[in-house]
Write a protein that binds this ligand. Structure first.
Ligand SMILES: O=P(O)(O)OC[C@H]1O[C@H](O[C@H]2O[C@H](CO)[C@@H](O)[C@H](O)[C@H]2O)[C@H](O)[C@@H](O)[C@@H]1O
Length: 371
């Protein structure tokens, strides 16, 4: 069942006017551009700084030992971004009489960063922590991966999913929410339940498919390069590429994108992300989900977003600017962020989720006792 809404599209207006001729059949093979292109526009610098540096390992014990000076830097950074665990009492003080809504990124937040994106599994302990959180709080996962892939990795039916950096959202229909969000259609989920399906970049599917094939073709000679098709965006991984070949991979992606002015490129953790030039991101996805759940524009709602990547900054910003919730950055190294709090890694994320559930259950027991 799919009922179309008649509202305007978030595809940027200026880009709607001159529709470019589609060229979805041939794979452009361009002469390689000059490396100066990627050097002068800062791509290489961004690539180099796109993921925390490796830590020292004591090989025998396989224990991570951050260098002392970086530990000092981390401690001073934490004055600005305090630990969400240590600040838990402060967080829940502000959550008193409010409904908490939880938003979670996947890679680097629920599953540790690993070399092979196909093996980024979450632990069963983390899955159970997320399941319990979803029992007590409206919960959504917002990932850069395709919605199907992130659902396959998480495997929980109790929550909402947004894939492709929020460009593919399946969310529950709420009696409290208005029924006419732009670009939203009614659909049914695997269990036959009526849900909201929001795909603001639907028209880009053939273009992403084409650019994906071109990227695969033009990077397959680069050892370690990997391209993923997320339906509404694509990822070019260089984590396993020798850093001497980073300029080559950057240049090839840059050259291909010259043929696609309606696509743009952003940086993730050792990954170049190719996505439509539309006014949509993880921050907008949070707003959409809050509306869908009937939780927007309410003083009694406290959204908490936990994420580790640059794309999560859009969500942190929405919460910070709206002064209506907390962004929590997952990072083991100091970095500037729009988040309020920090957590050092996925095990602290799990601990935070468990602490939230413990607090909520204790509150419910206390409430029952006082009646
Ligand atoms: O928004 P997210 O859920 O965090 O997704 C962002 C990207 O995550 C994945 O890549 C990252 O994790 C991989 C597995 O740990 C790692 O190998 C890679 O270097 C990271 O960039 C995913 O594969 C990408 O497609 C997502 O865009």
């Amino acid at each position: 069942m799919e009922l179309k809404s008649s509202h305007a599209s978030p595809v940027l207006n200026s880009l709607n006017k001159p529709r470019l001729p589609a060229k979805y059949v041939t794979i452009p093979r361009k002469k390689p551009g000059k490396l100066d292109d990627v050097l002068s526009n800062g791509w290489l610098d961004a690539m180099r700084s796109s993921s925390p540096p490796c830590k020292k390992f004591i090989m025998d014990a396989n224990v991570e030992v951050p260098p002392d000076d970086s530990d000092n830097a981390y401690s001073s950074w934490m004055l600005k971004y305090p630990s969400a665990l240590k600040s838990f009492d402060h967080i829940i003080k502000n959550a008193k009489n409010k409904k908490i809504a939880i938003f979670l990124d996947y890679d680097g937040t629920l599953s540790p960063i690993v070399d092979d994106p196909d093996r980024a599994f979450m632990s069963s302990a983390m899955r159970s922590a997320v399941r319990n959180v979803a029992k007590y709080f409206p919960t959504a996962i917002i990932s850069g991966r395709s919605r199907d892939k992130v659902y396959e990795l998480v495997g929980l039916t109790e929550l909402s999913y947004a894939g492709s950096h929020g460009m593919d959202i399946l969310s529950p229909v709420s009696d409290l929410a208005s029924d006419d969000h732009p670009n939203c259609i009614k659909s049914t989920d695997h269990q036959g339940k009526v849900v909201n399906l929001f795909q603001p970049a639907r028209e880009f599917i053939p273009m992403i498919d084409e650019v994906f094939r071109t990227l695969v073709e033009n990077t397959n000679g680069i050892k370690g390069a990997k391209v993923e098709n997320h339906k509404f965006c694509a990822s070019v991984h260089y984590r396993n590429v020798d850093d001497k070949s980073w300029p080559t991979i950057a240049q090839r992606v840059h050259d291909i994108l010259k043929d696609y002015p309606r696509l743009r490129q952003t940086h993730g953790r050792k990954v170049l992300e190719i996505r439509p030039v539309i006014d949509w991101n993880k921050g907008k996805a949070v707003q959409f989900l809050l509306e869908s759940l009937g939780l927007s524009d309410r003083d009694d709602v406290l959204p908490i977003y936990i994420g580790d990547d640059k794309t999560d900054e859009d969500a942190f910003k929405v919460l910070r600017e709206g002064n209506r919730g907390y962004g929590i950055l997952v990072s083991s190294v100091p970095k500037e962020s729009n988040a309020f709090y920090s957590l050092r890694g996925t095990s602290e994320v799990k601990k935070f989720l468990k602490t939230l559930v413990k607090w909520k259950t204790q509150l419910e027991v206390a409430d029952r006792g006082s009646k």
